[in-house]
Design a protein around this ligand. Sequence first.
Ligand code: SF4
Length: 382
Amino acid sequence: MITPQHNLLGLTQKELIDFVLSLGESSYRGGQMFRWLYTRGATDIQSMTDLGKSFRERLDKVATVHGLRLVKQMKSPQDGTTKFLFGLYDDLKIETVLIPPSSAFQNQEAAMEDEQKRLTVCISTQVGCPLDCKFCATASMGSKRNLSVGEIVDQILQVKRLTGKRITNIVFMGMGEPMLNYDNVIKSVEIITAGMGLAARRITISTAGWAEKIRQLGDQKWRTKLAVSLHSAVDETRTRLMPINKKYNLHALISAVEYYYSKTKQRITYEHIFFDGVNDTEKEVKHLVKLARRVPCKINVIPYHSIAFTAPAGLAASLRPSPRMGEIVERLRASNLNVFVRSSAGADIKAACGQLAVHMERHRKRQPSISNLASTEIGIAG
Ligand code: SF4
């Protein structure tokens, strides 16, 4: 339906074609607009010069290109990781992170893959998140709302525009659970691949384990990569850390992962943080080795830093990084598993999921000025 406020940003090529047809224009105009929006990054209708002056004037009366508003941009002097805080139309905030290759992994581990050539944008799919993982700052926001397709893809367009860099990879690993906003995530993938020229294999969708949607993703025509936040291969432990495990236990999750692999032949990435005395025991390591052998995979081990600034309670308040992490990594490698240790990329600028948005929200409530935020020390979450 055409409304005076119709936002073109976020429409797929087919939707743009339907839109111009509804205005009595030729379908090729939809293709032109698609390229203007996503390939050339146009931010207003008047800059789409080959549409013709009279059509642009007509379009201006019924549509708009409404994007995100940059609230804050912080670059880590330590590793070059850049964090962007964007404002939405309803004044909610989301985070996006640009991760340079040298900060992705510790030491020379990045050289073991094509990671060294990557420039990755980590994007958000929800404001807040309902899944309540005990190690995550975003969880403390609760669930606010899903992002629209335009709000998802504009994070990439804005980062390109603000940095002038060529983005090589996208990870759906920012605020929110992508599988809870599945339809908009899939439309975004369609736009990223067709409009921004990135192959689906350059896109990773990360989930806390929404098994039903992992299966659905396996049936999609886009061969995106899948990352699963695992954090334990023992049901009892995983349920304590990630309440989603009550809905989809490890059997349901790994069955879905096996289905996904059978359809896509894409290696799975498991994300894992080791917590002192929680999931770093001998039993946990044995179960992890067994689980990781079921489907071709790699394991990304992520260092944990406290989310104490969110004033967590219960288990979340007692989580500490495991002093055994290095030893466990060696054990896993000795079991012939592919294991990479992530660096604490952007720890000095709150680059982990939800940290900056949560911190700014709490800071705003205490005092209106946010100017001294950059000097406030907080850690990195999962
Ligand atoms: S880790 Fe991801 S799925 Fe879990 S609460 Fe945080 S944003 Fe949600």
